[in-house]
Structure formats: C-alpha cells, structure tokens
Design a protein around this ligand. Structure first.
Ligand code: NQM
Length: 371
C-alpha cells in the first residue's frame, strides 16, 4: 500500500473526476490495501461515514457524487485497464460492488492516459476497459490531439453545464451483465404486486414500469417523487421481489436493480423516464441504465412497447428523455440484425482535482500493515 503520511493522517494519491453526470474518487488499485476489508475501511473513511452528509470526508452526500473507481493495468488480453467500481453507501458504512457505473466509466479513459497506464496516440486514443464488476468490456475513444487528452470541445450532455470533448463509449458483452440474460425472468413482462414490469439487463439490471400504473404522470420532478413515500414503498416492494426473480437474490442491501418509470416522450424523444437508483430519484439517468431501458424498447411484449416511439431509420438510435434532458443510446445489432450485440454513446469527463486524500489511520489497515 503506497500511502505516505501527513502529520498523523495517511495520505493516499487520489484524482477526483467527473464522468458524465456523476463524480468519483479515482485510485490506482496498487495504492490501496490488497485485502478488501482493509481497502474498504480506508475508502469509507476517505469518503466520510457513517453519515449521509459525509461531512468528515470527500463524498458529496448524494449517490451520484459518492462513487469510487479502482484502476489497474489489466492482465486480460482484451483490455488495457481493469476498472472496479464501488457505490459508497456512506450512511450505512458499506460499499456496493454489485453494479458497474457507465458515467464514471467515461472518466476511466482520461485517467488511464493521464496516469501513464496507456500511451496516448497523436489524434485519438482507444482505451480498452474491462469492467470488473460485471466482467464486460468497453472501448473508450478519447480525443488526444498532439498526444494530450483534450477536455474542451463542443459536446454537450444533458445534466452538465457547458460543453466538453466527446468520449465515445462502445460497449460489448454487456447483455445479461449481472443476471446472465437480457430478460432475466425469461419473460418480457411480469406482474409484481399487481403492476406489469419488464425486468431487463443490458449492462445494468433495471425494472421498467409504466408511470401511469403507479399513479404517476411520469413528468414529476425528482424532488416530488422523492417526497412520495407511499410510492417509494411500493417501488421498493416490487424491487425486492424482482431482484429474486432476476437471480440477484436478496437485494435489500444492493443498489441493483434500478427502478425506472416510463411514460410517453415529452420532447420528441423515444420515451420519457424517471429512475430510482434505487431509492433516490436520479436527476438524469445512468448510462447503462439508459442502455437497458432502450433495449426494452426494441423487444416485443415489454411494458415500453405501447409507449415508445421508435424512429424509422436508424431504428436503433433511441432518445431516452429524463428529468434534465435526454440521452441518446445507439444499440448495436448482431449480423442477423435481430439480436442486440452492444451499445455506443457519447459522454464527457474531466479531472476536477488531483492530490492526496487524507485519512485517519484505520485500525484494520494498521493491523495488516504494521510498518
Ligand atoms: O447506469 C447511477 C450514474 C449511475 C450509474 C445509478 C450509471 C449507469 O448516473 O451506468 O451511470 O444508476 O446509480 O452514474
């Protein structure tokens, strides 16, 4: 473990990065304890716990800003780097490694290039990433004019002010990433607690429900939905049962599956969404969450079928509307043109701060690393 000390605090190299509409603390895996319990004790102390506000740590007090990424060179011939994602649940002093995160994934390419894990090419650089949580792959295409990572550009993504340099994410092998099948229950529609749902996993396990079936318009603000405790209790009951049916087991302490309400598009897109991640409403929608919802849209018999507006051509570019704009997902089909083989989309990302995060020495780390 490569910590130095700052007075009586441990100092661990860390880069704070925005990836898409989320933020995470990035670490080299080699700077952290090898033993997972010791690593997690250090990370929880760094991010701030047990406290939802994370006042004694660097976490942002919101699920979208309390994420961590551990990066290392990959031993896998298909990848340059391994990306292990952790969703810090600060108030409960735990880190959920069940899901990956497609927004934070957008920052992995720039981190790998800036930190010398991958050599930058003169125009653009492809960083091949293994998403360790789901054992799936992504090629991130980063603009590197003159061999330097570009952060300025004219790509705008909903939910982030201004523009940045585009990072194209090309996913493969994400079908059934956590559940083993695109439709993990074997059915395009199931009924749980009297509500029709589509359970889908194309990169992220998601339960899709029609907003109207839960007494909503689907146009409510995240704050309005978060204040609706009766609705949230209904959604959590459905989630716990869907988790079992999707093969995820007891999901009461997991942040998957995510729960998405769908309704007709309001701004010319394919359909409108409100997503719970899983107990708080997202200000936008997760990257792989959007890919899974878009995938439900091109399958027959799903709850999205009567609501979704598919374009004529290209039929598989879907604009997923969300509370702060829209997210265009391109579904890549196999040679037969019938089965989903992957997905591609654009994000922006940038480093916000580079330095050392200062952490009170953790008893568990001291025990393992007496030196
Ligand atoms: O679905 C939020 C986010 C995410 C995850 C969440 C994500 C994804 O917006 O791939 O990006 O679902 O908790 O960062």
């Amino acid at each position: 473990m490569a910590t130095t000390s700052f007075s009586s605090l441990d100092a661990v190299p860390c880069v704070w990065m925005r990836g898409g509409t989320s933020k995470a603390a990035f670490f080299h895996a080699s700077d952290l304890p090898v033993e997972p319990a010791a690593r997690d004790a250090l990370i929880l102390a760094a991010m701030g716990h047990p406290d939802a506000r994370q006042i004694d740590g660097i976490g942002g007090g919101h699920p979208l800003t309390t994420k961590v990424a551990f990066i290392s060179r990959s031993q896998d011939a298909r990848a340059d780097v391994d990306y292990l994602f952790g969703q810090v649940v600060a108030a409960e002093s735990r880190i959920d490694y069940a899901p990956t995160c497609g927004n934070i994934l957008a920052a992995v390419g720039p981190f790998a290039l800036e930190e010398g894990l991958v050599a930058a090419q003169p125009q653009e650089s492809v960083v091949r990433i293994r998403m360790v949580n789901t054992n799936s792959y992504c090629d991130a295409v980063v603009q590197t004019p003159g061999g330097r990572v570009a952060y300025s550009g004219d790509t705008h993504i909903s939910g982030v002010p201004g523009e940045g340099s585009p990072i194209e994410l090309r996913f493969s092998d994400i079908v059934g990433s956590s559940c083993g099948a695109l439709l993990p229950t074997g059915e395009p529609t199931d009924r749980i607690d009297g509500v029709e749902v589509t359970c889908v996993d194309n990169g992220m396990p998601v339960v899709v429900m029609r907003a109207a079936d839960l007494g909503c318009t689907g146009n409510e603000t995240p704050a309005e939905l978060d204040a609706n405790t009766a609705l949230k209790a209904r959604i959590e009951s459905i989630r716990l049962q869907a988790g079992q049916r999707m093969g995820l087991g007891d999901v009461s302490v997991k942040v998957v599956p995510k729960m998405t309400l769908v309704s007709p598009a309001q701004a010319g897109g394919s359909l409108n969404t409100r997503t719970f991640i899983p107990r708080k409403c997202h200000d936008a929608i997760g990257v792989l969450g959007a890919v899974s919802v878009a995938s439900a849209c091109v399958l027959s018999g799903t709850v999205t079928e009567p609501l979704c507006r598919l374009g004529a051509a290209p039929r598989h570019d879907l604009s997923v509307e969300h509370p702060t704009g829209e997210f265009t997902v391109r579904l890549l089909m196999d040679d037969s043109g019938l089965a989903i083989a992957g997905a591609a989309l654009l994000r922006t990302a940038r480093p916000l701060f580079r330095g050392q995060v200062l952490v009170p020495p953790q008893p568990l780390i001291r025990k393992l690393d007496p030196a």
